[in-house]
Design a binder for this molecule. Sequence first.
Ligand code: DQA
Length: 145
Amino acid sequence: MQKILVIHGPNLNLLGKREVDVYGKVTIGEINAGLKKIAKSKKASLEIIQSDHEGDIVQIIGKAKGRFDAILINPAAYTHTSVAIRDAISAVDIPTVEVHLSNIYAREEFRHTSLIAPVAKGQVSGFGKMSYLLGLEAAISLIGK
Ligand code: DQA
């Protein structure tokens, strides 16, 4: 069975209440339910975490080697700032898919740079909850090969 680690970065626990004009009304619970449904149909297993702390995310990725076949991550604000998360992904060398609810390239300039993208297999940005679902499909298909 394929095992996938899903990481939601800072403030994503507030989805549904947070900047609804940007992120919509979808909650993290609804996103996780959608991911679990896909995982079940593809016979994959998910471990899902949310953290507001960069160091926690770095540690979780660091311990993922040998335990997970792929990582699906929305690094949220750390996308644009975290060399540490980027280095952790690089270090464990687990295929990683980066996702964003909003189209980061259509927003403020500081969001146009992702430090994570160069170490990810790919990125899905701008489709709301669907970014996660497409990202999971991509991760499962990647490791199936
Ligand atoms: C985000 C985009 C980031 O720029 C922002 O800091 C977030 C959410 C997204 O999913 O659209 O917190 O990652």
